[in-house]
Design a protein around this ligand. Structure first.
Ligand SMILES: Nc1ncnc2c1ncn2[C@@H]1O[C@H](COP(=O)(O)OP(=O)(O)OP(=O)(O)O)[C@@H](O)[C@H]1O
Length: 577
């Protein structure tokens, strides 16, 4: 693939000091960082490599994809593309002893989620205590602990400098205070290249504490660096007006270009939603094929996981739109694994209860359901989803039921009781894990409270561990003629898969939240707004709606070729009046 290397890009490649590259969506920041790396890789001494840090495994996958386009196989061995977390963990694992005199242990994110939600008091304080007194380091403290190590040990710092002669920091506008602290230490001993776009700042505020709107100002005030501006470039969708439309949405000001590449599809009533969404996907695939893209990639984006799950259900069955028959559309989902894993564990504990009917299994089931809701609550709080309060209420409901059972009493009303009654009515289990799992899962449709678990547990199939799970559960049945220990088995299989399963590069139609689409690229993008949920603009952000506008811009600019916006008829206009 031939890349344009203009004078500005050449200056970035030649720059020997610290540098900041600013550019909008598709301006080629990642590509430029890799072109610069390519020039250096040959000169590295044995043992040295270039470090490229990003925030999520999904982003790492995106960068690796670009690496494959730009670097040779040999060159790829010398570039270390990592998440901040995995880089920090490696340092803590090897050198953590320097902090408190003992090797550090990592607390698994699932355990941390549960403990955090059950802990009464300040979890941040508690996690600091765990690190200090017990040598246990929680996920959220990885960066802080690494910063402390690098601040304290000049030996470790200079060793890092020798190992990594160039460190590239992706999406630096999203870095938090702790990440900034350790990056500052690295910048003392090695060359750093910061990539950023302030307008793609979508994780600020309640999403991740310590992420600051003025991060780039802080950076420029602290580190002497050369700044390069690629804001006028757009290699992703340069022949279209996709970026122009996205920028209008960002500013809220028109005029909106009359574009063939960005279209809107409206629906009026709730009962038109499913067919409209289905039609939107079909029409986008058709448009892209007509434009000569044989196997188009299409992202279907919504603001919340709930809507993403609903869209998946819609695409799995047939619909009719204005007399046109629409067949099911195969698709993949990028989803939140911890939530579905804990729903799977709750489901497995119900399976245990049905097969054992003991008081202990009964109590354990209510505990696992309570845990699921606590994790959901925590998740909504941390990632900005709605429903934290509802999840909290449901957790309390199951917590109460658990306490009653522990006293030898039964839940008297509400979803815990309905669930127990429905599960008890299930005829004897047959020892066929797939059938038995489905029978138990159906019971979770018996009460509105439990539908979220039903939904999230359906996503367990996405772990692609169904065979492993079925084999493990069948093995347990053969040994004991019960599903005793099913919850533990499910948890351990899913944890394994989570650790192993690097996110693959999805093909065809793929569904995800807008947040998850950041850093990705598709031929077509469909953004979907619900009638009563997942609006494009969140009311509490009025009057300017700046965070929603930034998020929409990120979503729209993932497209190379075509964008379709599906909105209710009476939705708030994209531009201010
Ligand atoms: N110099 C270049 N010449 C030709 N094509 C380029 C160049 N730079 C980038 N591209 C192409 O443009 C697209 C976007 O590039 P890249 O992902 O590097 O942009 P980015 O600025 O990191 O994007 P974003 O911030 O939206 O994630 C890719 O398809 C890439 O191959």
């Amino acid at each position: 693939m031939a890349f344009t290397i203009c004078e500005k890009r050449q200056s970035v490649i030649d720059e020997q000091g610290h540098a900041l590259v600013i550019g909008g969506p598709g301006s080629g920041k990642t590509t430029l960082a890799l072109l610069k790396s390519k020039g250096i890789l040959d000169t590295l001494a044995p043992g040295q490599s270039i470090l490229f840090l990003s925030f999520s495994r999904a982003a790492v996958q995106q960068i690796l994809k670009r690496c494959r386009e730009i670097l040779s196989k040999e060159e790829m061995k010398r570039i270390d593309v990592r998440t901040y977390h995995s880089f920090c963990w490696d340092i803590l694992h090897s050198h953590g002893r320097l902090l408190g005199g003992q090797p550090l242990k990592m607390m698994a994110p699932s355990e941390e989620g549960t403990r955090r939600t059950q802990f009464e008091g300040d979890w941040t304080e508690e996690s600091r205590r765990l690190l200090r007194e017990e040598g246990v380091v929680c996920f959220d403290l990885f960066a802080a602990a690494t910063a402390e190590l690098l601040e304290r040990s000049s030996h470790l710092r200079s060793w890092m400098g020798r190992l990594f002669p160039l460190v590239i920091l992706d999406e630096f506008q999203d870095s938090d205070d702790d990440q900034w602290r350790f990056v500052q230490q690295l910048s003392k001993v090695t060359q750093t290249l910061f990539l950023a776009d302030s307008e793609q700042r979508i994780f600020e505020g309640s999403f991740r504490p310590g992420v600051r709107a003025n991060r780039l100002d802080i950076l420029k005030d602290t580190i002497a660096l050369c700044e390069f501006d690629l804001r006028d470039d757009n290699f992703r969708s340069g022949d279209s007006d996709i970026l122009a439309v996205a920028d209008c949405v960002l500013s809220g000001k028109g005029p909106l270009p009359k574009s063939e590449d960005v279209k809107a599809l409206k629906y009026e009533y709730r009962n038109q939603f499913a067919a409209t969404v289905h039609f939107a996907v079909a029409v986008t695939l058709g448009t892209l094929r007509k434009r000569g893209i044989e196997d188009p990639t299409v992202a279907v984006l919504a603001r919340s996981n709930d809507l993403v799950a609903e869209i998946s259900d819609i695409l799995e069955v047939s619909h009719s739109y204005n007399g046109k028959d629409l067949r099911p559309i195969p698709h993949e989902i990028v989803w939140d694994q911890e939530l579905s894993a804990s729903a799977g564990v709750a489901m497995a504990s119900a399976l245990e209860f049905v097969s054992l009917k003991t008081p202990a299994a009964r109590e354990a089931m209510h505990t696992k359901i309570e845990e699921y809701f606590l994790i959901k609550k925590d998740f909504c709080e941390r990632y900005g989803g709605r429903g934290a309060q509802t999840a909290g209420t449901k957790a309390a409901r199951f917590g109460k039921a658990r306490a009653k059972i522990a006293e030898g009493k039964a839940p008297t009303k509400g979803s815990p009781r309905t669930l127990e009654e429905t599960l008890t009515a299930i005829p004897a289990l047959a020892g066929d894990p797939v059938r038995d799992w489905k029978a138990v899962r159906t019971a979770f449709q018996a009460h509105d409270d439990l539908k979220a678990i039903f939904q999230d547990a359906r996503m367990v199939r996405l772990f692609r561990a169904s065979d492993t799970l079925a084999t493990a559960l069948a093995g347990r049945w053969i040994e004991r003629a019960t599903y005793e220990g099913a919850a533990r088995i499910v948890r351990s299989v899913l944890d394994q898969e989570r650790l192993m399963g690097l996110e693959r590069d999805p093909k065809g139609v793929v569904l995800m939240t807008i947040h998850k689409s950041k850093g990705k690229e598709f031929d077509g993008v469909i953004l979907i707004e619900g009638l009563y949920s997942s609006p494009f603009f969140l009311k509490h952000e009025a009057p300017q709606y700046a965070p929603s506008r930034r998020l929409l811009r990120v979503g729209i600019t993932r497209a190379r070729n075509f964008v379709l916006l599906v909105r209710p008829q009476n939705a708030k206009p994209l531009l201010d009046a």
